[in-house]
Design a protein. Structure first.
Length: 145
């Protein structure tokens, strides 16, 4: 059983979803160079394999240094991991894995967007998609006759 109350757990979940949306936007170029989606996948896969938060932080810093992850997204990833650690979560590794999964989903949801400016939480990402931020090539023609 987690030492966090239901309210604290819900707050953490909202924080992770909001931060994942922000990180994904930064990775789409809002924080510098656009991050390739393989980098997002590599972070998740690496964490699943070595299950060590400090190694993940080192990997993120390495990829930032190599220019594979832009400074904005990289710093926000590390800040979020540090925040998870500070919150006294029992299973930090699982929560970081959840977070990276959310980043992947948010990043993929923006894949065809030309820009993601103004996305700083899940609500703003949802608004962006609803109000026309989705891919421009989606023109529903109705059923074929």
């Amino acid at each position: 059983m987690s030492s966090l109350s239901k309210s604290s757990t819900d707050d953490l979940e909202k924080f992770l979803l909001d931060r994942a949306s922000e990180v994904a936007c930064l990775a789409k170029g809002g924080g510098g160079k656009v991050v390739d989606k393989t980098q997002v996948n590599n972070l998740l896969t690496s964490m699943q394999n070595f299950k060590n938060v400090e190694k993940l932080e080192l990997l993120i810093m390495r990829q930032m240094g190599r220019g594979e992850i832009n400074q904005g997204a990289g710093k926000r990833l590390i800040e979020t991991i540090e925040e998870i650690k500070k919150r006294g979560v029992n299973d930090v590794v699982e929560r970081v894995l959840d977070f990276l999964g959310y980043v992947k989903w948010a990043f993929e949801s923006m894949e065809k967007m030309e820009a993601c400016s103004g996305v700083n939480n899940l609500s703003s990402l949802v608004d962006k998609v609803i109000k026309g931020g989705e891919p421009q090539h989606r023109n529903f023609q109705g059923p074929k006759k």
